[in-house]
Design a binder for this molecule. Structure first.
Ligand code: AGP
Length: 617
């Protein structure tokens, strides 16, 4: 949730670290700080609020050192204050530390350190870890040649730390060295020309280097400008796997867009094309995936699927559930990852476990997947971030190739998950009873999805007008049926996240069982009125709202005949195949949430209290 950047090299570290922090701001943004090692001491600046505040603070000081660490914070322990912002220094002034995660036994460790004479300036668990490293560093003997006293001290301190961490540490008497370690919080090493970097996210370092190493849980890395070495908690040497990042910094820049969310909404046709590329059979009747690591024969025998995720990704799972059951006739279950991990839910003995996660780092999703693996189930992951923890720990999976998603509100990653879910339903369906011609029709429909999305995006000015009309309302209902019920949930979530409006998503017919009490002329309802078997039923639900003076925004199939005056506003969407419908129907709700937030003057890309990837429980 917080962002981490560390640099050792020949350039001035502060501007590079600040640039990296700005690129990480979407992960957490209540405060930021930087520590630079120069002239035999640590120079530290910390500021609540955005990185821009920190930048002003740094500009007033003379930070010219070439080694340093920086952090953007999303508070867990202790309020949002300058003192609680990272980096933290040990009370003996020897260690500087930045930390993502939560040290669960910090209270006990703090009591121990207070007895040993260490003191504390903040309320954070991080400062406890910092002093713990200082304590071990002070008593660490000079090791045999070839080993680092600094690394050993960090290793020993971490043995006592319970919880999760991604840390970067500097020691005052080892200029030009960083020690970094992870357990449950992502860290990536960047290997540049005469410089080394470490960050919690590739976006922070990709402008300096595309050569990276993804650190694994339990690993500790020792960095200098020209070397790096990785060992485990048990002191074993790790042979590093060096990767190349496939995207460049321009992919994570705004271009002419006002916000990343707007940019990413309009990138959806291309993201969909990328998710499909090379993933249809030659005869054009089914999908194929390279990295599932499970043979078609084994897949064929699966009797049940379980999908676990969080937030928007869970909504994608719910649509996938609908499509697999509809087209492949295999039972599917969906659950919140955060609930599944503790529920000890009995799984079918022949169940294949799936997770979806844009970031690949969501801690609840990761924990759910580890729980399923512990029980002996095979786990597959759909993820957008190459090399992420979830992608690496899964037995196999599917990359989304949607490109970096920076906006906190997930948009292009969601529709690309919907598309992959639809392709999975096709793949499984064609192994069972779906005919060649139905498969071929399905494939043709999926291939047409990017153009249908392009067409729907043309409604943006119309949706903006509607948003202007409703921006000052405080409640909104989203009502859909079947595969559009999860899209109703998604519409409500998007609106809540970035406009701070109270919104609820419901199956349209369920509305009479409670939420209808909210309906008044001040509570608009967004309906999905789609031509087909449910159309008349949805129209009846709309009549019930209208009878109670509730304003109605209908997202309706082009040419659908709604009774005169029933909808106050209509957003037309093209007629499409059932597998594509959830994707196309998502576009208006994303646009609506976006323009509502703009009209309400909200900070679209950095909504209050949220972080892009939730790496603490
Ligand atoms: C989406 O708009 C949200 N920010 C959030 O619900 C998100 O989808 C959820 O935290 C899961 O993230 P993941 O896909 O990275 O696992």
């Amino acid at each position: 949730m917080c962002g981490i950047v560390g640099y050792v090299g020949k350039q001035k570290a502060a501007p590079l670290i600040l640039e990296g922090l700005k690129r990480l701001e979407y992960r957490g943004y209540d405060s930021a700080g930087v520590a630079i090692q120069q002239g035999g001491r640590f120079h530290v600046a910390k500021k609540t609020g955005r990185v821009a505040n920190l930048e002003q603070e740094v500009a007033q000081q003379s930070f010219h050192g070439t080694f340093g660490i920086g952090h953007t914070r999303w508070a867990t322990h202790g309020g949002v204050t300058d003192a609680n912002a990272h980096p933290h220094l040990s009370s003996d002034g020897v260690i500087a530390l930045i930390h993502n995660g939560v040290i669960e036994n910090y209270a006990k460790l703090k009591r121990f350190l207070l007895e040993k004479g260490y003191s504390f300036r903040s309320e954070t668990d991080t400062e406890v870890l910092c002093n713990l490293i200082a304590y071990h560093y002070a008593k660490e003997p000079i090791p045999p040649s070839g080993e680092s006293r600094f690394v050993e001290a960090v290793r020993k301190a971490l043995r006592h730390a319970e919880g999760t961490y991604g840390i970067v540490v500097m020691a005052l008497d080892t200029p030009g060295e960083l020690v970094t370690a992870r357990k449950g919080s992502p860290l990536i090493l960047g290997l540049g020309d005469g410089e080394s970097l470490v960050a919690s996210d590739v976006a922070a370092i990709v402008s300096r280097t595309q050569t990276v190493v993804y650190l694994k849980d339990g690993e500790i890395a020792h960095l200098t400008p020209s070397t790096f070495a990785i060992t485990t908690q048990a002191s074993d040497t790790v042979e590093p796997v060096i990767d190349k990042v496939t995207w460049s910094i321009s992919d994570a820049e705004l271009g002419q867009h006002a916000h990343f969310m707007e940019k990413e909404i309009f990138e959806q046709p291309v993201a969909l094309e990328n998710a499909m590329r090379g993933r249809f059979s030659e005869d054009g009747s089914t999908a194929q995936f390279g990295g599932l690591n499970i043979s078609a024969a084994e897949f064929r025998t699966i009797e049940r699927f379980m999908f676990c995720s969080c937030g928007t990704a869970l909504h994608a799972c719910m649509v996938t559930e609908h499509l697999i059951e509809r087209f492949a006739r295999v039972p599917v279950e969906c659950d919140y990852a955060s609930e599944f991990r503790y529920r000890n839910s009995p799984l079918h003995r022949n169940c294949l476990f799936f997770v979806m996660s844009q970031s690949g780092e969501t801690i609840d999703t990761l924990a759910a997947m580890r729980e399923a693996k512990r029980k002996g189930y095979r786990v597959l992951a759909v993820s957008n971030v190459v090399g992420s923890t979830i992608a690496r720990e899964a037995d196999g999976g599917i990359y989304q190739h949607a490109g970096p998603e920076v906006g906190v509100a997930s948009t292009k990653a969601f529709t690309s998950q919907l598309l992959i879910g639809a392709m999975l339903a096709l793949y499984i369906g064609r192994m069972r009873d779906m005919s060649f011609s139905d498969g071929a029709q399905y494939v043709a429909a999926l291939k047409g999805a990017p153009d249908l999305v392009r067409r729907t995006l043309q409604q943006a000015p119309r949706v903006h007008e509607i948003a202007r009309r409703f921006a000052r309302y405080t409640d909104m209902l989203f009502l859909g049926r079947l595969s559009l019920y999860p899209i109703a949930l998604e519409g409500a979530l998007k609106l809540k996240e970035i406009s701070y409006l109270h919104a609820e998503g419901y199956p349209a017919a369920e509305m009479k069982h409670g939420p209808i009490a909210l309906v008044s002329e001040r509570c608009p309802s967004v309906f999905f009125a789609i031509k087909g078997e449910m159309f008349n039923k949805v129209v009846s639900s709309m009549q019930e709202i209208k009878a109670r003076q509730g304003p109605i925004i209908a997202i309706a199939t082009e040419g659908a005949e709604l009774p005169d005056g029933l909808a106050d506003e209509v957003i037309p969407i093209p007629e499409c195949h059932e597998a594509v419908l959830p994707i196309v129907a998502t576009i208006p709700v994303q646009l609506l949430a976006y323009y509502m937030a703009v009209e309400r003057g909200c900070d679209v890309d950095k909504p209050r209290n949220l972080a892009k990837s939730v790496t603490v429980e």
